[in-house]
Design a binder for this molecule. Structure first.
Ligand code: BES
Ligand code: ZN
Length: 850
């Protein structure tokens, strides 16, 4: 049952809960369709709260009995929870409920996956387990008893007593209910140990289903590296006797940081050279680090309410990106992060779903685990660090941990520690948290009598609910080069605080070439009407690796836009520049591979739309094909040489260096295949001894339409490995020509191995369609219809995954009237479904309201 008009929750309405929870005892008697949960919770009045209404969240629970201080009560029950009169002073609340994990397809609360029990409680899933004040500012210690026949019975904290068919766990650290976890099943441990900096011995385990034991080693190494890194860089050590990770196949997200018991989507922890790509390895390392780092930024210090989500997510994404920069290449990581930010966050910020890094309202919090909260939230922290400097950042973080350990904190608390450490006033800076939209930064330059002047102007377009925008504090990293390419001014941080602001340099011998927004020092759109000669110059000479890449990217965009809009031929400056990059042995292979990549077609569509031009997805697709072919022809003589140079000898290693070589090899193979019809790719497919080489060759062959045999071979080889099969599904859609993409996706949804209830398989297939720009937006409208059909099917089963995939429709306003009409017709068709989930209804009505 659901409310007819879902309620909007506002940040300004925050009030503390009337009671504190002193401790919680939970007993689980596991049964697939009739699990019993018995709770004993000690409450006391919260002296900091006026409102003493006693309401406990609870959804889809079958209440058997409830007691206060040992006496049976008859509480009032609604679909949202339970209320009752309570005594003055402290009291004990007890109850027993029955729940049905086996039929829980939403994968929120306690559910089953492949025969094992597991939980997902963030954000508001604990209320599907038992009655509780399910809000992050209510923190308590938990003691949990799990009863079941399974060999492995896990919960948070440290193990206490266990015996045949039961185990007890005690978590000494107060935590909100969203960090609760329970796992039970026939699992195998990959064990290890770690000694913390103060000499404490910690037991580590990665638990997996039988058959996956050989895919744990890499994740375990990543965990230990993360533990060392957090001690060394942030001075944070682990705080329990045991740290467990469990891999599950059915999971809505990537992974979850439950205290001492992280639960991972198996795709984000299991790895082997034969089944995982270099990109998978890198992602697994990052996500293990991310969830581990939450132990301090999220668990020890949590969020007061869900509006503060970026307090833990933005900071933890920032921390995991620092970790990856340290483990691998900092410039490669920065470039990849910016590609991702522009691809996802800029699209969100420029469309109907735009919201501040700290939103001030929501209907369904699950819809706010967004690129804005995560990625822009991390960018804001990066800017803060740039502004205050590394030392002050370190001091502010020490103060944050010291002052707020054990707290449920806010963005105000976070900014306060920076103000206290630096004496700065961050009131203006705070606008990054409260105001949505991506600022556009335009630049004008002038040079006279040795004086060089840059004038910046910032403008943020209106976003839903925020028509007027105040200026932000923008750190602009700038360097100046002379005409020989030598640096006359090393990187300097300009602090822009006004709508328009100028910066001057005196005594220059000649007009310099500016390198602006080095390292992408702020998440803004730089509007600089410079010519392609200057871009080619920066591509050749900029000392800042990010801006060198950026110059190449700008040149690529410029030539592509000329091709799309005016039918121009590929620009030789771009082709020459890329040939020089390809041959530049001083550049590491990974950077060269990144530079050879073209902007995504969706990014090109956005760029056109920003210029007031209606993008034609098919024309964009064709321009990209033409440019790739021209690059291949231009580089024809060099490609085989680089491909040969980039062959990696010896056993497979997922380290950055060999992975970078493979990446460049694959980039040259892809370009070369446009001339040799896939011959070299066939050889690579046949001889590949790792997934990176095997699947990249297959993707190239499919794109050249010569890969049918290899596709079948791949299926025969991997049909028993569900994670590789996800790749098999996604690949075919991704490599399709635009007119085939929806047909292929549709055919795949009829394949016996398609399982729409498994989020990984659903996303592999339909997510790949949504990500295929020209395929999804094909003028037939087939892509829109197919996605809508499946969203309608999935919504009653799994609202969270359905709602997230609705974002595919968020860019509708970019396109021509025909496409707009088709997209809106599908959006309306979904909205008209009876009993649509609150999640999906909110997403689509926000998209629709644009
Ligand atoms: N806390 C989240 C997981 C989560 C998200 C739970 C939404 C419930 C609702 C976790 O720390 C997280 O952020 N995971 C990311 C990966 C991470 C590397 C950014 C994810 O699952 O995608
Ligand atoms: Zn997180």
């Amino acid at each position: 049952m659901r409310d007819a008009a879902p309620q909007t929750i506002f940040l300004k309405d925050y009030t503390p809960f009337g009671y504190i929870v002193q401790d919680v005892h939970l007993t689980f008697k596991l049964a697939p369709r009739a699990t019993r949960v018995i709770s004993r919770i000690r409450f006391a009045p919260n002296p900091g709260a006026d409102n003493k209404t006693f309401f406990l969240h609870g959804e889809q629970l079958d209440l058997k009995w409830a007691k206060i201080n040992g006496a049976q009560i008859k509480p009032a029950i609604t679909p949202e929870g339970l209320s009752t009169d309570v005594p003055e002073g402290a009291f004990t609340f007890e109850c027993e409920v029955e729940i049905s994990p086996e039929t829980n397809t939403a994968l929120e609360g306690l559910y089953m996956s492949g025969g094992m029990y597991c939980t997902q409680c963030e954000a508001e899933g604990f209320r599907k387990i038992t009655y509780y004040p399910d809000r992050p500012d209510v923190m308590s210690t938990f003691t949990v008893r799990v009863e079941g026949p399974h060999p492995v019975l896990l919960s948070n904290g440290n193990p206490a007593t266990s015996g045949e068919h039961f185990a007890e766990w005690h978590d000494p650290w107060p935590k909100p209910a969203y960090l609760f976890a329970l796992v039970a099943g026939d699992l195998i441990a990959h064990p290890d140990r770690f000694t913390t900096m103060s000499g404490k011995d910690v037991e580590l385990n990665i638990y997996v289903r039988k058959g996956d034991e050989d895919k744990c080693a890499f994740g375990m190494e990543a965990l230990k590296k993360s533990m060392v890194w957090d001690e060394k860089v942030y001075g944070r050590e682990y705080d329990l006797d045991i740290f467990n990770i469990v891999a599950v196949d059915d999971f809505n997200m990537g992974a979850m940081e439950n205290k001492g018991l992280n639960v991972f989507n198996s795709s984000c922890v299991l790895a082997s050279p034969e089944t995982s790509t270099d990109a998978n390895f890198e992602r697994i390392e990052a996500i293990i680090a991310h969830e581990y780092f939450h132990n301090w930024t999220g668990n020890r210090i949590t969020c007061r309410d869900w509006f503060q989500l970026c307090l833990k997510e933005g900071l933890t994404v920032y921390r995991d990106s620092q970790f990856t920069s340290d483990m691998r290449s900092a410039s490669v990581k920065r470039i990849s992060d910016v590609i991702d930010l522009r691809g996802r966050q800029f699209a969100e910020d420029g469309g109907p779903l735009a919201h501040p890094v700290r939103p001030d309202r929501f209907v369904e919090i699950n819809n706010f685990y967004t690129a804005t909260v995560y990625e822009k939230g991390a960018e804001v922290i990066g800017m803060l660090k740039t502004l205050v400097g590394d030392d002050a950042y370190a001091k502010a973080l020490d103060l944050y941990f010291e002052r707020h350990d054990g707290d449920a904190a806010t963005i105000e608390d976070w900014l306060q520690v920076f103000e206290d450490v630096t004496g700065r006033n961050l009131k203006r800076f705070k606008r990054w948290y409260t105001s949505a939209g991506t600022p556009q930064l335009s630049v004008k330059e002038s040079f006279k009598n040795g004086r060089y002047k840059l004038t910046f102007r910032q403008e943020t377009p209106p976003t839903p609910g925020q028509p007027q925008k105040k200026p932000r504090v923008i750190p602009i990293a700038v360097g100046l080069l002379d005409e020989s390419g030598a640096e006359v001014l090393p990187t300097q941080i300009l602090e822009m605080t006004k709508r328009q602001q100028s910066f001057k340099w005196e005594g220059l011998a000649s007009k310099p070439v500016p390198s602006i927004l080095r390292g992408f020092s702020a998440p803004v759109i730089l509007k600089r009407y410079t010519d392609d000669d200057e871009r080619a110059f920066l591509l050749a000479h900029d000392t800042d690796p990010f801006n060198r890449w950026e110059a190449g990217r700008e040149l690529a965009k410029s030539t592509l836009l000329n091709m799309i809009e005016d039918g121009a031929s590929p620009d030789t400056r771009y082709l020459d520049g890329m040939l020089a990059v390809l041959r530049d042995d001083a550049l590491d292979p990974a950077t060269r591979a990144l530079m050879l990549g073209l902007p995504s077609q969706s990014e090109l569509a956005q760029t056109l739309a920003d210029k007031g031009v209606v993008p034609d997805p098919q024309a964009i697709y064709e321009a990209v094909q033409t440019l790739n072919l021209a690059m291949a022809q231009h580089m024809q003589d060099t490609l085989p040489r680089i491909y040969a140079q980039c062959q990696v000898e010896g056993p497979y290693s997922p380290d950055a260096e060999p992975a970078g070589k493979r990446e460049l090899a694959i980039a040259t193979l892809g370009l070369g295949s446009r001339l040799d019809g896939g011959k070299a790719a066939k050889d690579q497919f046949a001889s590949a001894d790792n997934m990176t080489l095997q699947i990249s060759a297959l993707a190239i062959l499919l794109r050249q339409k010569v890969g049918d045999t290899e596709l079948d071979q791949f299926y025969a080889q991997w049909k028993h490995d569900r994670l590789v099969m996800d790749k098999w599904f996604g690949l075919q859609v991704g490599a399709a020509v635009p007119e085939d993409a929806a047909y292929i996706a549709e055919k795949l949804t009829q394949h016996p191995d398609f399982d729409h209830k498994n989020p990984n398989r659903f996303r592999a297939t339909l997510g790949a369609l949504a990500a295929h720009h020209a395929g999804f937006h094909h003028i037939s409208g087939r892509g829109y219809t197919l996605l809508a059909d499946w969203l309608i099917t999935l919504d009653p089963i799994n609202p969270q995954t359905t709602a997230r995939m609705c974002a595919a429709f968020q860019t509708w306003k970019r396109y021509d009237p025909k496409r707009q009409e088709m997209i809106l017709a599908e959006v309306d068709r979904i909205l008209a479904q009876p009993n649509l989930s609150r999640d999906t209804a909110e997403m689509l009505s926000r998209i629709r309201a644009a």
